[in-house]
Structure formats: structure tokens, C-alpha cells
Write a protein that binds this ligand. Structure first.
Ligand SMILES: [Zn+2]
Length: 158
């Protein structure tokens, strides 16, 4: 099962994202395999840089692409947010990615439609925070996420 979703259908691509952000996303692509696996992504996610995310979004998971998750990133907005919040760029980029992985996961376990958007935001943000802040404790963060989503442990694969 796959899809042929192209971010250009909905977004304006950013052909020249800030190199420092791109470098960290490229690093994530090399190092995030274990977390993608833990989250049950069966195919490598795709990432696209875009310029026009609305409402102050830094990134989005493109709903419905769970078979091969697609994430769109506003690299300039991420760089600005890092500066505004005085966090280092890697924290900004990776915690943004983790947050979006959380959205993809929530959809893949079929709970996106059951959660109200604010609750989903809070749950995935918490996941991103735990996974990143606490020494990359992805397994622990995932177990917390499942608990918040009410998914019994014995149903969890990976
Ligand atoms: Zn979100």
C-alpha cells in the first residue's frame, strides 16, 4: 500500500531552505530509523520544504499519507522559532519532527478522528518533549504516548 502524494499539490516548495536546518533534517533522516520503526512507519517518511504553512505552523504531517508518511517543513519558520525561543537549532528541528511523527502515529493507530485537536496537540507535544529532552528516550516516550491514547501495551508492535 502506498500513495503518490506530491506536496506541490498543496504547498509552495521552498527551493532554498536555510542550510543549517537542512543539515539537521538530513541528519535526522540518517538517525531516525529506530524511531520510525518504533512508531510503526513501514516506509521511510518523505520530507519537503515549503514556504506557506498557515497559522504559525512550523511543520505538518500530511494527513492520509500514513503508508509512507509525508512531512512538510517551513525551515525558515523553524529557524526563526529557535531564535525567538532561544533554543538550539537541533532541538528546534528535531522536536518539531518528533511532534509531527506523533501526529502520523495518532492517525496510523486510528485515533485522529476520536481526539479533539487540542488534546491531540498536547499529547504529541508531550511525546516530542519526552523523546527529545530525556536523552532520546523514544521507547519510554512511546509507552507514555500509548498510555495517553489508551492503547494497551500488548497491542504495541515494534
Ligand atoms: Zn501539532
Amino acid at each position: 500500500m502506498s500513495h503518490d502524494y506530491d506536496p506541490e499539490w498543496n504547498y509552495v516548495l521552498d527551493r532554498r531552505p536555510p542550510p543549517a536546518v537542512k543539515k539537521l533534517v538530513d541528519q535526522a533522516k540518517r538517525e531516525h530509523g529506530p524511531i520510525w520503526k518504533a512508531l510503526g512507519f513501514t516506509k521511510k517518511p518523505k520530507f519537503a520544504y515549503v514556504r506557506d504553512l498557515s497559522e504559525g505552523h512550523l511543520a505538518r504531517y500530511v494527513g492520509g499519507t500514513e503508508s509512507e508518511p509525508v512531512f512538510v517543513l517551513d525551515a525558515r519558520a523553524i529557524a526563526r522559532a529557535a531564535q525567538d525561543n532561544r533554543v538550539d537549532l537541533q532541538t528546534a528541528v528535531w522536536s518539531t519532527l518528533l511532534h509531527e511523527y506523533g501526529h502520523a502515529y495518532v492517525e496510523s493507530v486510528g485515533l485522529h478522528d476520536d481526539l479533539n485537536p487540542d488534546d491531540e496537540e498536547e499529547i504529541v507535544e508531550k511525546f516530542a518533549h519526552t523523546a527529545w529532552e530525556d536523552d532520546w528516550r523514544v521507547t519510554y516516550a512511546l509507552s507514555e504516548l500509548n498510555e495517553r491514547l489508551g492503547i494497551p501495551l500488548d497491542q504495541v508492535v515494534g
